[in-house]
Write a protein that binds this ligand. Structure first.
Ligand code: XMP
Length: 511
């Protein structure tokens, strides 16, 4: 694609994707690449500037990651953040050491003083709070560089050589705790790299549509639609680009939330595509009958999904392209070593073995989640689909502890719908929230009689990456409303519990 690009070299820091999102928020396109990207490929990528990310290493330690040294001679501006700053300094003749005094080691919010004549800090207050996280110290500034930021503990918080466009900061401008971080990044992009801006989702949409048309030609395209944000946006994009050649197969496994199947179908009505909805509830429930072990349930649902999808695909015959809703964080993360399998995740769009296709199209491959949502809005998808919270591929199947039955599904759908309605009405912000059906029944009193019914558990979490999550402090009044409505309106439930465990040690889902 033909627009200005920033290259982000990844040295393994925890905020690397955040840097990329912040750059794109400034309407400048960027990509994250491994730190050891060969010089040739850097040239081919043709960036207008480079950012070195932070990282967990010490630049002076043996085996610490270093970029191709030729990167400094490309004539391109470079911004080094934290580890990236230390790297820049060391590679150009400075000296980095472990901070001797504890006071030179900085973690957390730090009052920082800036030189506003430096382009990076132009137009910003002379002092503000930054977010630091470094144990190493820049003991000697390289030749040609001057100091442009300091804190009370550390005189070398920021360095620059404006003639070469080299800047280094010890703090993290990409995190929200750094008061003017976005403006500093903006200054780097616009004042230093000369970015013109203008990279927007409206522009991306047009480009992506043209690319798909050029690639697909008159070919047949197949897409597994789950109703989640990614597959929905991918479907809308393909529908816009090559509608009449597109078949979307939506497998309704009967484990969806209340009204979800109909909503997904309605959302795609405006496009002239071949939309196949397979109502496969009986098939899934049949296979799940008597099964209680979580991994086995996941396995059955995942496998059955692929089988149903394959059966539909066979009816269409040979297709040329299979669409996958892969998004950029998956691309960046892939190949970083496998963590222990806590749960075998099932994603709709996992590759079926028995479908004949020539190529895979991943139209969202370069987009972050918030960009995928923005693209969905550009494409005219309804807000309830675009802003949908994550919903696991195995659906309510893993939110019902123990055996999944039609009766339990009906209970859970109602309870979950009430919870979601009340949260939306209260406007209480959470990253994911839902009801789960415990396998526990307990005694209650309803009117003058005894009841022996199910307990519903509510779950609400705050998280940025879903790897860790904190339980949401939902106001008591809201919990109270949800609880009374559930026990009054959902027959078969006489108790409501709220899950107050974080992840770890719990997970977000119950199974
Ligand atoms: P856990 O339960 O692992 O969930 O803490 C983390 C996030 O992942 C979602 N999740 C899934 N998403 N297929 C998916 O597409 C799955 O099999 C799956 N299992 C969990 C979960 O909803 C949460 O957002």
């Amino acid at each position: 694609m033909d627009h200005q690009k920033i290259l982000i070299l990844d040295f393994g820091g925890q905020y690397n994707q955040l840097i990329a999102r912040r750059v794109r928020e400034q309407q400048v396109y960027c990509e994250v690449k491994p730190y050891d990207l060969p010089l040739e490929e850097i040239r081919r990528f043709d960036p207008i500037g480079i950012i070195f990310t932070g990282g967990p290493n010490s630049v002076y330690a043996a085996g610490s990651p270093h970029p191709d040294p030729g990167v400094f001679a490309l004539g391109l501006p470079i911004l080094g953040i934290c580890y990236g700053c230390q790297l820049l300094a060391q590679e150009l003749g400075g000296l980095v050491t472990a901070a001797q005094a504890d006071s030179a080691r900085e973690y957390g919010k730090t009052l920082t003083f800036f030189d506003p004549s430096c382009k990076l800090f132009r137009g910003l207050p002379e002092q503000s709070v930054t977010w630091m996280s470094h144990g190493d110290y820049l003991a000697k500034v390289p030749e040609g560089f001057s100091l442009c930021a300091r804190s009370e503990a550390c005189p070398t918080v920021g360095i620059c050589d404006e003639s070469r466009g080299f800047y280094g900061v010890q703090f993290h401008p990409e995190v929200n705790h750094t008061q003017y971080g976005s403006q500093m990044l903006r200054n780097f992009l616009y004042a230093v790299c000369g970015a013109a801006g203008g990279w927007t989702m409206a522009g991306y949409k047009q480009e992506a549509i043209e690319n798909v048309r050029a690639r697909v030609g008159g070919g047949k395209v197949l897409l597994a639609l789950s109703g989640g944000v990614d597959s929905s946006v991918a479907a809308a994009l393909l529908a816009e680009a090559v509608g009449s050649q597109l078949t979307c197969v939506f497998v309704d496994h009967g484990l969806m939330r209340k009204n979800e199947g109909d909503e997904v179908e309605a959302a795609f009505a405006p496009w002239d595509i071949h939309f196949v909805r397979v109502n496969a509830q009986d098939r899934f429930l049949g296979r799940l009958a008597g099964v209680t072990e979580p991994e086995q349930k996941r396995h059955i649902i995942g496998e059955e999904f692929i089988r149903v999808f394959e059966a539909e695909a066979k009816k269409i015959g040979q297709v040329d392209f299979l669409v996958q809703g892969t998004i950029y964080p998956d691309v960046i993360e892939s190949g970083k070593g496998d963590a222990a399998v806590i749960k075998s995740h099932h994603n709709v769009g996992g590759l079926p073995e028995h479908v004949d296709f020539k190529e895979i199209i991943e139209p969202l491959r370069m987009l972050f989640k918030d960009e995928v949502r923005a693209l969905g809005r550009e494409l005219g998808l309804p807000e309830y689909l675009v802003s949908r919270q994550p919903f696991p591929g195995p659906g309510l199947g893993i939110r019902i502890i123990g055996e999944v039955t039609e009766e339990k599904l009906a209970l859970l759908r109602e309870a979950d719908a009430i919870f979601r309605q009340e949260v939306a009405r209260a406007g209480f912000p959470m990253d994911q929230y839902f009801a789960a059906l415990t396998n526990m029944r307990s005694v209650g009193v309803m009117g003058d009689g005894r009841s022996y019914d199910y307990a519903v558990a509510l779950r609400g979490v705050l998280t940025s990456d879903f790897m860790t999550a904190d339980w949401a402090r939902i106001p008591y009044e809201l919990l109270d409303r949800v609880s009374s409505r559930i026990v009054n309106e959902v027959r078969g439930v006489n108790r409501v519990l709220y899950d107050i465990t974080s992840k770890p040690p719990a997970t977000v889902e119950f199974e």
